[in-house]
Ligand binder design. Sequence first.
Ligand SMILES: Cc1cc2nc3c(=O)[nH]c(=O)nc-3n(C[C@H](O)[C@H](O)[C@H](O)COP(=O)(O)O)c2cc1C
Ligand SMILES: [Fe+2]
Ligand SMILES: [Fe+2]
Length: 413
Amino acid sequence: MKPMKIAEGIYQLSVNVEDILFEGLWEIPKGVSLNSYIIKGEKTAIVDGVCGWDGVPESLYALLEQMNITPESIEYLIVNHMEPDHSGWIESFRKINPDFKVVGSKKAKMLLDAFYGKDDNFICVGEGDTLDLGKGHILNFIDIPNVHWPDTIGTFDTLTGTLFSCDAFGSFGKIIDDRIYVDELSKEEQITYEQETIRYFSNVLAAFSLQAKKATAKCSELPVKLVAPGHGLIWRNPEEVFKAYSEYADCSKGPAREEITLIWGSMYGMTRKAVEHAVKVLEEEDIVVHVHEVPKDSWGTVLTSAWTSTGIILAMPTYEFKMFPPMGAVLEELGKKKVYNRKAFRFGSYGWSGGAQKELDEILTRLNMNWDFIEPVEFLGSPLEEDLEKIRIGVKELVKQVKDKILTEKHIG
Ligand SMILES: Cc1cc2nc3c(=O)[nH]c(=O)nc-3n(C[C@H](O)[C@H](O)[C@H](O)COP(=O)(O)O)c2cc1C
Ligand SMILES: [Fe+2]
Ligand SMILES: [Fe+2]
């Protein structure tokens, strides 16, 4: 990738990363771009950093070289957020230019010292502080804590209206053919890209939905022309991403979209028979459906679908007096990511005396999930006609409840 000029004196330097698990945990089938930005006034600043996932900044140095910028000439390193996907290169950079000043929040300083050793070449900034780089580039800093870590700030270039938002307004998905703006994608590509944004939001930011909502409201007040995030593509139409992020944040408490996610697992195919039946029933309904088998589909993928779904169906057998283990693990994760207030339905097979419900109740209560369940359907071994009929009724009832919830609560909200 080559450096791209995005506004007067502002350049994007990006690296696409693939074949990694983001945060060591989340699969990213479409990769992710890590973005860094150069602001050239009389002085030069670099906002966030890109490097290989291993913290090796060779790709960043190569990009700087293409711009004829030596690391020695960079005066300020603005670290909006200290997570090593943005800061991992600081250690290497310091060796080349020990004089540069790191600009970040008070909490970033603490992390900077802890990650890369103590250094007093630090300018602490917070809400309302400014930094004048010359040639009109006066930077304003805004506190947007917990999007994603407590240290997070945003940097706003008042001259060009560029908001460097770091993790906020970011997305998975990589930059292809130097198309760095969302509006350069075709309609189909935009649909796929939105899925990547939801994947990113639900996997990385979901637990901080309230803070993401607050940050979105705050950033909407600024005269923003460009939203330049640390991951994914740039938004030339800021209202679009503010609206989208506000919606994703609201998905936590529900109602989310008119969608149902069916999560299922089966050892010997008994529960699977009932799942196939339920899928047929769902196909007859006018509703978007996502179906995921656990543990085959990753947590991140299940979470992406569950995030925008107002209804959830769980189908799993009993296993050693509890629910099928991968279902328990996924549910814990949904709870921790604050997938709250869903309409839900459960069915599944057992062989001895059951037990899945007890564990399900325990998880839902402990994580305050407040899911509202329709009467479950449990069957011994293979489902009988009467079990399938009960499942059909349950699925249809769930669809109805999902639609009602959206109608009534979205109107109130
Ligand atoms: C390792 C293992 C543990 C099981 N534990 C239980 C249990 O604790 N309680 C129960 O009612 N059935 C238990 N069963 C029986 C299954 O729930 C039953 O065979 C069911 O039909 C499996 O459905 P499936 O084919 O959809 O996986 C267990 C089966 C296996 C293989
Ligand atoms: Fe982060
Ligand atoms: Fe990040």
